[in-house]
Design a protein around this ligand. Structure first.
Ligand SMILES: Nc1ncnc2c1ncn2[C@@H]1O[C@H](COP(=O)(O)OP(=O)(O)OP(=O)(O)O)[C@@H](O)[C@H]1O
Ligand SMILES: [Mg+2]
Length: 456
């Protein structure tokens, strides 16, 4: 996969407020080791509104925390005006998806909290907090407690607490994704107004988002991370302001980024002509990652696609099914992995096997699924082979988990195993004893090991 960047000249160094230089991050716990970020380099210049996209788990939140100095990188450095960062970055403020408010403090007190580390008198602190509350439309709610507020109002408190410090750089981690669509839209517009009308002294904004539409509608620059271990896959200018949010160019760019994110092998230069390669390709991860998709959802997805004629634009399909980008990507990846569908130029297309699966009755569905799972899912195949070779054909799940933890974090290892158990059970490839946490074969294996089936 190629890494690409905008051909336009980088801003002069003195305008670069915040930079990540070859940042790598490895999470280690016990025997497991997860490389999340692999040499990520990113500049944030004065005047820029940058959107950071990437698949779930690609380390977007980790990168944002590293830029804020909340988490140290394993390698590389963060530069603040060219100087290596040590400890907390006090030129930035962060808005979190979860609002992160203290329930026992009022709105005013929550906002004042942003100023605790500044040497200000109590009166100054209060005055600045009130000004931020006013700016963000929370007037009249100063003495309310978070539980008395709607989600949108709570996130306003999150914004006020960040803006009260007058940060040079505002970092936002999916600030709108916990809100309903209309509330998110409203708050998004207000933030853009504050920014464009320069009613806040903030000089650069970085927003992490799953929502490609949102990214294209807001940002001057779009950065897309690859699947982990993540590097910067794309770094391109956004659309001219007048073309953002609606129209052909907007849809075209959203679509291109969709195609890119759903297809690790996509030809970036063809999809995004403005981009050009700047780094050699990075090898793909050495193991297969199962998307966390349940059988019920996968079956529903394939049947829906079949009813739509077996081919549909991913973005349209996500809209029709009210799915977020990461959800449709996970479903598409699962369908692709099992060879039920392929992804072609932004469309998801059923394969003949996928068609047969969609048309089959329940029994036949299971048979097809079993065949595909054994043919294409390494983890399920490994489990079956290990069970077949084990006396009694029974294994504690810890055995498999320990192996997964060599490549995944403990949480991700558990998620991988849960997904494999869900799929494997449905396929009747093996059974699972919930009580004992053990995997076993219901029937003694036949002499031949499960064969890898033909593709297609
Ligand atoms: N403190 C931690 N210890 C161990 N692993 C972690 C830690 N924080 C994050 N991870 C792992 O690092 C990977 C990247 O996580 P991160 O939250 O940065 O990704 P993300 O791109 O923000 O994902 P999402 O889109 O789901 O928010 C994930 O696999 C996650 O489980
Ligand atoms: Mg995140």
């Amino acid at each position: 996969m190629a890494t690409v960047s905008a051909p336009n000249a980088r801003p002069p160094a003195q305008d670069i407020l915040l930079a990540a230089r070859a940042i790598s991050k490895v999470y280690e716990s016990g025997r497991s080791r997860l490389v999340v970020l692999d040499q990520v380099t990113l500049d944030l210049a004065a005047g820029e509104f940058v959107a950071l996209l990437g698949p779930s788990g690609s380390g977007k939140s980790t990168l944002l925390r590293i830029l804020a100095g909340l988490v140290p990188p394993s390698a590389g450095e963060v530069l603040v005006h060219g100087t290596p960062l040590r400890g907390i970055n006090d030129r930035v403020a962060v808005v979190f998806q979860s609002f992160a408010l203290f329930p026992w403090l009022t709105v005013l007190e929550n906002v004042e909290l942003g100023l605790l580390t500044r040497s200000l008198s109590r009166a100054e602190r209060r005055q600045r907090a009130l000004a931020a509350i006013d700016l963000i439309g929370l007037d009249g709610f100063e003495s309310a407690y978070p539980k008395e507020l709607s989600g949108g109002m709570r996130q306003r408190v999150g914004f006020a607490r960040a803006l009260v410090v007058e940060p040079e750089v505002l970092l936002m981690d999916e600030p709108f994704s916990a809100l309903d669509v209309l509330t998110a839209e409203n708050l998004r517009h207000e933030l853009l107004d504050l920014w464009r009308q320069r009613r806040i002294p903030t000089q650069a904004i970085l927003i992490v988002t799953h929502n490609i539409d949102e990214a294209v509608a807001m940002a001057d620059r779009l950065v897309v991370l690859s699947p982990p271990p993540a590097h910067v896959r794309v770094d391109i200018p956004g659309l001219p302001v007048a073309e953002r949010g609606r129209g052909t160019e907007h849809s075209r760019l959203v679509d291109a980024i969709y195609q890119l994110m759903t297809n690790p092998e996509a030809d970036v230069a063809a999809l995004l002509p403005v981009a050009r390669p700047v780094e050699p390709g990075v090898p793909r991860r050495p193991y297969q990652m199962l998307p966390p998709v349940s059988i019920g959802r996968l079956t529903g997805f394939i049947e829906r696609l079949h009813r739509l004629g077996g081919r549909e634009d991913m973005f349209e399909l996500a809209r029709a099914l009210h799915l977020e980008a990461d959800e449709i990507i996970a479903l598409a990846e699962a369908a692709d992995l099992l060879d039920f569908a392929t992804i072609e130029a932004g469309d998801i297309v059923l394969t003949p096997v996928g068609q047969a699966f969609a048309e089959a009755d329940v029994l036949r569905e299971k048979e097809i699924f079993r065949h595909q799972a054994l043919a294409h899912v390494e983890l399920i195949r490994d489990i079956v082979q290990e069970l077949a070779a084990t006396p009694g054909h029974r294994l504690p799940e810890e055995r498999i988990l320990a192996r997964l933890q060599a490549v995944f974090t403990p949480d991700e290892a558990r998620r991988q195993l849960d997904t494999a158990i869900g799929w494997g059970r449905y396929a009747e490839a093996f059974a699972y004893d919930d009580h004992a946490g053990a995997l076993y074969l219901e029937e003694p294996p036949s002499s031949s090991p499960p064969a890898a089936g033909p593709r297609g």
